[in-house]
Write a protein that binds this ligand. Sequence first.
Ligand code: FAD
Length: 501
Amino acid sequence: MAQNETVDVVLVGAGIMSATLAVLLKELDPALKLEVVELMDSGAAESSNPWNNAGTGHAGLCELNYTPQAADGSIDIKKAVHINAQFEVSRQFWAYLSKKGAFPSPRAFINPVPHLSYVEGDKGVSFLKKRFEMLKQHHAFSEMEYTEDKSVMSQWMPLMMPGRPADQAIAATRVMKGTDVNFGALTNKLLKHLGNAPDAQVKYCKKVTNLRRNGSGWTVSIKDVNSGSSREVDARFVFLGAGGAALPLLQLSGIEESKGFGGFPVSGQWLRCDNPEVVKHHQAKVYSQAAVGSPPMSVPHLDTRVVDGKTSLLFGPYAGFTTKFLKHGSFLDLPLSVRMGNIGPMLAVARDNMDLTKYLVSEVMQSMEQRLDSLRRFYPEAKAEDWRLEVAGQRVQIIKKDPKKGGILQFGTELVAAKDGSLAALLGASPGASVTVSIMLDLIERCFPEQAKGAWAAKLKEIFPAREKVLEADAALYHKISAYNDEALGLVENSPAQNYA
Ligand SMILES: Cc1cc2nc3c(=O)[nH]c(=O)nc-3n(C[C@H](O)[C@H](O)[C@H](O)COP(=O)(O)OP(=O)(O)OC[C@H]3O[C@@H](n4cnc5c(N)ncnc54)[C@H](O)[C@@H]3O)c2cc1C
């Protein structure tokens, strides 16, 4: 019998996660033999595609759900500070690759777009003011501005002001150094860079159909989706970067750590506008508060998007329900993921999240006119003919065991790794792409601990002169690194206004 091909690492899926990990591993050890396996005919065909996500470079600058308010009125800013540091870690990697010549024009994937938070009503205004006063004291947010002055807001968000009641209490914060990121363009640039390296292959139209233990590594079964033929590859390490489909693959692996996990798919839709006469009046990402009782992924925002050199506006997301784990997936994905080990947590989540079910049903039932009404809360003079509905990517929220409740629904991401470090999977959705590099560094520390502390330590220090904890605490170093990244990514002299003129 013919011997299986042997590689060091197989990465399943060609989204932002696998592309980042593959390039990072090649930087740390150029001799590694890698294979990225993707079932579609190009990279970034699922959630990492620019029209399947909002392209916000999440840095905690505008997302109000990252600074939750407790019942006593206090505001916790820890999550916003941490995500800001994680985004700066991503920017360090992109800046390093840019300086190396891997990205000749980083503006093809990252552009300056101010990040604004916007609130209505006395309660919202008092929350935003308090939040501003707390964040402003931290060095990462020192440039944040606050206003209740409508004439200032007319300059910050001119599309959103006409047509509002004169007595409406509103307030906004703004940070000029926010960004829009085309994660699809970034993924494809990373894959192209990887393809230029020796012993690194990206194979399209190939589906990973099985995983079995093979000594200390894995045998991966790969099917050609066009011809139907199959081959097997032996790998020392496997990364399941299959987005929503990572859960069924993790279940196929059978590792102990996979037991008890389930997935709850939430689909999404946007309203999109490409009319240049409308688009030119809004150069910002404006995030507001989710309706009371609705989940974090329902936070409404009106975003400038920069995709392939053109600017558009995106509003949403409107959530929906489907049983598919990928946008191009199968309706059987959810039922086939039910196992003896996760049925308990899944039923507990169904029992405890009736509000979410009701919310999703109400979102699915919305008419176009109702969707436009939500948009008009942001942009009162929006005209129906300027907007069309687009389908967003799938988010498979994590269901996991909980000793008290039986099962809980988790809205973040979670890296699940085998105890021996031979396999890891990324589950969940948010904040996702923006913090990919931090997630992959965590993977490297957990699955390659000896190399991370030994042979790879100097290179890691060179690429990442400051990690999250240091960036959170050291103001001078934070500003130095942030300024270096701005310069390397071409974000310095062009103001956002000049970009879109
Ligand atoms: C509506 C929405 C809005 C979002 N907004 C933002 C945002 O503003 N900012 C942000 O940072 N993040 C955002 N995210 C999250 C972000 O998009 C994801 O975290 C990120 O794209 C996930 O990347 P990935 O590589 O894990 O998965 P994906 O990009 O989904 O890639 C997975 C790949 O695996 C392939 N695959 C699956 N199964 C197999 C198999 N068996 N064999 C081979 N290949 C397989 C798929 O075809 C796909 O190409 C958003 C997500 C959604 C859905």
